[in-house]
Design a protein around this ligand. Sequence first.
Ligand code: THU
Length: 132
Amino acid sequence: MDKELLMESAREMKANAYSPYSKFAVGAALLLKDGQVINGVNVENVSFGATNCAERTAIFTAIANGSKKGDFQAIAIAGDTEDFLPPCSICRQVLAEFCSPEMPVYLTNDKKEILELTLRDLLPYAFTDLEM
Ligand code: THU
């Protein structure tokens, strides 16, 4: 699947976001190496800290459904922002737990342009293991 199609899936998912507090809907589309796409949306809570971002929802859904570390090929993230919408730092850390540093991360903006980065671009010097 190409990045435009994956991004379209992320954009469509925004309609399912639960974001009554921020009114900021985010959709994510996670492409597995076997070609499946697992989606995620942000799910907010009146206790704001209990909110889950779209990217983490997608990763956690994939893991809950049997995906393993290393099964992930790319992720696309969509929100209604003028500039390219990047994943938050907690989501970067969660992506680093399960995905290769070389994995493409596709961002988009309100002009529907796509910026292709790698996870390493977004999170250099990632904390990934407990060995000293
Ligand atoms: N949010 C995401 O879902 N992903 C991002 O990459 C940035 C932020 C959500 C969290 C919250 O529901 C809303 O956007 C505003 O921060």
